[in-house]
Unconditional design. Structure first.
Length: 154
């Protein structure tokens, strides 16, 4: 009986860890609304949301930016939860799951700025964000709602 219980807990525990939460992005290509850029999300690793590499390409296939959130152990990197281009195609925004070794459970919100060709990061309490026609809205690291006009987005 004890052996059966140990086997059940082991199998159930392993299966639970192998499943990604329903809200994780996974992998794929995201085309900007104007069709001039695409982002490729590659999922690696063994953690719940996996670990991600985010690459931005021009329409003619030139690699413009790489952001690598993988780890050497395959378990402590960050995986993309949500990803979306801004309505004007000027920004690619994506949220990343907190790695297992981050004690506060905060999420990273990354913003790729097309004009600067750079990624800047923000701390967020939740992985969800939305776009209005002129702003990025999220829950900041302090738990308060944040509305960032797209013109002022880093």
């Amino acid at each position: 009986m004890r052996l059966l219980l140990i086997a059940f807990l082991f199998i159930f525990g392993c299966a639970a860890r192998a499943e990604a939460p329903a809200h994780c992005f996974g992998a794929g290509d995201i085309l900007s609304p104007d069709g001039e850029f695409s982002a490729r999300i590659t999922r690696l690793g063994r953690s719940a949301c996996g670990e991600s590499k985010v690459e931005v390409f021009s329409a003619d296939g030139h690699l413009l930016s790489i952001a690598d959130y993988t780890s050497s152990d395959g378990q402590t990197g960050e995986g993309v939860v949500q990803v979306q281009w801004s309505p004007d195609s000027q920004f690619l925004v994506y949220s990343l799951s907190p790695p297992a070794n981050r004690p506060n459970g905060r999420y990273t919100l990354a913003v790729y700025a097309r004009k600067q060709n750079k990624v800047k990061t923000l701390t967020a309490a939740k992985p969800d964000f939305t776009f209005t026609p002129d702003a990025l809205e999220m829950i900041g690291g302090d738990g308060q709602p944040v509305r960032m006009p797209l013109a002022a987005t880093p």
